[in-house]
Design a protein around this ligand. Structure first.
Ligand code: NI
Length: 209
C-alpha cells in the first residue's frame, strides 16, 4: 500500500490465503488497486475489495478484459510504456518478464509518481537489462522480488539494484510459499554492502520516503 496522506493505492492485494498477511481483505480501504498480472497471488482479493470500497482497479488492457470485466469490474486500463494520469500523480506501466496468467496478456510493473516521490514496483519479473532504463528515473524507492523460483532471487535482485540505483530498495515476494522462502534481512545487508540503502519491512510495517 502506498499513501500520500490523501490517497491510498493498494498493489496486488493477496490477503486471503496468505499466511504472511497482516490485515484481512475486509479491513483495507484503498482508493485505487493496481494489479500487475493475473496470477492468483497478485489478483488476490482485488474484486472483493473493489466491490466493497468502490476502489478503482488499474491494470493492463488485457488483464482488464480477461480477469476484471468477467468479474463485473470496469478497470482503468493502460498498456506497457504508457503513463496514466491519476489524482495523486500518475502510474506508468513498465515491462516485466513473467507470465501473466491470462492468454495474450503481458505482466507489468508500475512506476508511481505520488507525493513528490517516484516509486517502482517491479511486480513479478526476472532480471532484465531494461532495468538499466530505470537509472534515469531517479527513483526514491524500488520494490523488487527476491523470492527466486518464480521471479528474481536475491542475487539477481542485487544486480537489479546496481542497474536501477534507487534511493531505497524494499524486497518483496518472499515467504508466502515454501519454494520462495528467503531471508529479507540478509538481502538488505547485501544491498547495503554494495553501497545502497535497503529496508526489509515486516508484514504491517511501513516506511516514510
Ligand atoms: Ni506471477
Amino acid at each position: 500500500m502506498l499513501e500520500d496522506g490523501r490517497y491510498k493505492v493498494l498493489i496486488d492485494p493477496f490477503l486471503t490465503g496468505n499466511g504472511q498477511a497482516a490485515v484481512s481483505a475486509d479491513e483495507v480501504k484503498p482508493d485505487f488497486i493496481c494489479v500487475t498480472h493475473g496470477h492468483g497471488d497478485h489478483v488476490g482479493d482485488t474484486a472483493a475489495i473493489a466491490k466493497r470500497t468502490g476502489a478503482q482497479v488499474v491494470c493492463s488492457v488485457d488483464l482488464a478484459e480477461g480477469v476484471f470485466a468477467p468479474a463485473g469490474i470496469t478497470a482503468l486500463a493502460g498498456n506497457l510504456g504508457g503513463t496514466i494520469p491519476m489524482p495523486f500523480g500518475s502510474v506508468k506501466l513498465f515491462q516485466a518478464i513473467h507470465g501473466s496468467g491470462v492468454a495474450g496478456c503481458l505482466s507489468c510493473g508500475f512506476i508511481f509518481r505520488m507525493g513528490g516521490k517516484k516509486i517502482y514496483h517491479a511486480g513479478d519479473t526476472a532480471l532484465m537489462t531494461d532495468m538499466n532504463l530505470l537509472a534515469d528515473e531517479a527513483l526514491d524507492a524500488a520494490l523488487l522480488p527476491i523470492g527466486d523460483f518464480f521471479t528474481m532471487g536475491p542475487e539477481d535482485a542485487l544486480r537489479a539494484v546496481k542497474m536501477i540505483k534507487p534511493k531505497l530498495t524494499i524486497p518483496m515476494h518472499y515467504n508466502t510459499f515454501p519454494p520462495i522462502v528467503q531471508d529479507p534481512e540478509a538481502f538488505a545487508a547485501l544491498v547495503e554492502k554494495a553501497g545502497f540503502r535497503a529496508a526489509a519491512l515486516k508484514p504491517g510495517e511501513s516506511v516514510e520516503l
